[in-house]
Design a protein around this ligand. Structure first.
Ligand code: BGC
Length: 258
């Protein structure tokens, strides 16, 4: 079965039909630049271009980099235009897509459900935490394969600072930090999250997961194993499509272990 997935990021809006049996893109993805400022109207236009590129007419799942409840309502917008807060994103996107059924999900939660089903978390029980390091820090917490949505662990306070301001990959770039220096910050952050949740496994996602060997060797003193995400760039697209399939009653709960 195929469902369309769209990942809305700070630099690009990327989407493709997803093969839900394989957990992979069914066609090469299409990307348009995210408008700046990334207002609801501007982003919705970008989403329409991506979906129309494929002539898609079925259900669509989308990620959003903030808290999203009920597959629709945007509650926070830490790194995107504040006018998103209080937007019914399902209605906005569905109207712009000519009435297609739409589900919206937090970006890290989407990446997490895809990793749990098809990637680094496959078959893992207990508490598993995926953290994405990008412009912000996103989190997806699973207990026996079931997602606890919208956990927002990137906004934990650490040493008087919001964690994502210190340990995101944007913080590394902005501060021109070496991998080792940045890894020490990530280590403190992981140790703090471990103190709170005692997970069995950490999965590190986001763009930096491709460069895991550059910083994971510097991380010590965290008991849980730390592994890089496997789906990398496509995790958000795949996870969004999985959530949309679930919403439409086309597939079981994406967090369920099979
Ligand atoms: C947002 C999260 C999001 C993360 C990664 C944070 O600033 O609050 O909702 O998952 O960035 O995009």
């Amino acid at each position: 079965m195929q469902i369309f997935g769209v990942d809305i990021g700070g630099s690009g809006i990327k989407g493709a039909p997803v093969d839900l049996d394989k957990g992979d893109l069914a066609q090469e993805r299409c990307k348009v630049l995210t408008p700046h400022p990334a207002t609801p109207e501007g982003v919705a236009d970008g989403v329409r271009q991506v979906v129309e590129h494929f002539g898609w007419t079925g259900p669509v799942g989308l990620t959003f980099p903030g808290v999203v409840t009920g597959g629709a309502m945007v509650r926070t917008a830490a790194n995107v235009d504040k006018s998103w807060i209080g937007t019914d994103a399902r209605t906005l996107f569905s109207e712009r897509l000519g009435g297609l059924p739409v589900t919206v999900v937090n970006d890290a939660d989407a990446a997490g459900v895809a990793e749990m089903r098809f990637g680094a978390g496959r078959g893992r029980r207990g508490t598993v935490i995926l953290l994405t390091f990008g412009t912000g820090i996103g989190s997806a917490v699973f207990v026996d394969g079931v997602l606890v949505p919208n956990t927002e662990l990137g906004h934990l306070e650490l040493g008087g600072h919001e964690a994502e301001k210190r340990a995101s990959s944007k913080a590394k770039d902005d501060g021109e930090l070496t991998w080792e220096h940045w890894a020490r910050r990530v280590q403190k952050y992981l140790a703090h999250v471990e103190m709170l949740f005692s997970p069995e496994l950490f999965i590190v996602g986001g763009g930096v997961s491709r460069k895991a060997q550059k910083f994971l060797p510097f991380i010590e003193g965290v008991e849980a194993p730390i592994v890089p995400a496997q789906l990398q760039n496509n995790a958000g697209i795949v996870g969004a499509a999985m959530r949309a399939a679930e919403q439409e009653g086309l597939q079981g709960h994406p967090g369920e272990l099979t």
